[in-house]
Write a protein that binds this ligand. Sequence first.
Ligand code: GLU
Length: 284
Amino acid sequence: MCCGMAHTMQDRGPIVTRFAPSPNGRLHLGHALSAIIAHDLAKAGGGKFLLRIEDIDGPRSRLELADEFRRDLAWLGLEWDEMPAQSTRLASYTAAAEALRARGFIYPCICTRKAIEDAGARQGSDGLIYPGTCKRTPPDPLHPVAWRLDTERALAETGPLVWEDALAGPQVVDLSGLGDVVLVRKDLPASYHLAVTLDDAADGVTLVTRGADLFAASHVHRTLQALLSLPVPRWHHHPLLVDENGEKLAKRRGSPALAERRLAGEDGRMLAEQLRLQHLRLGT
Ligand code: GLU
């Protein structure tokens, strides 16, 4: 049987899913849609909906935003069952990174963004693909380093892997769009990829619900699950809300924060209903 599916894919019991915002900016409509979809998927099957605060990014995380997120979700009429926080889990990230390091699946890297650009890196599905400079010439170990996934070694170890998206169907792991991503940052014990994979396992998440902009990341997360012998959930990458120009709604483009609308007295439950209808029109 290919890819370890039979013994690693989680049984289809009640769904445990999550909405996992980072408190480095206010929530906007796109976040609301994500939270609503995750909440409704969990509640429809008597499952659990978690609100996970992804707050390891020290200087960029603002603690008061976690409170704001709670108010925003309650205003939308969403109830969560648990509220784990990444900042309580730093030791587990360090232990996992150590295990990957000991088995040679990550390598140190000192390259700056500029050095990567100058090395002629090609564009991948989410930014530039690391051209492997520090893999070919290991840096001075005393220099502060980030640690990157050695995709070649990882895939040689895991063999072909698959994962399942509820909307897009079965996917064969393909790391070529992201390349040797950073797993341990110079300033933090884990990057997004490592932290989120460990958190989903620690939280017993059986369905990872998030926007389609993170679809490619799931290839990395599935690989990490195989390397670290973690349970394998299913995924549900939902289509993103777009503005009238077809552009992704994002806080940086001035989409109004949910908190502003809440404080202006708008009815949050009504807004949630409108988003549900809009989501149906997006075809999922
Ligand atoms: N914390 C991530 C974000 O705010 C989402 C992570 C995820 O859903 O996997 O974009």
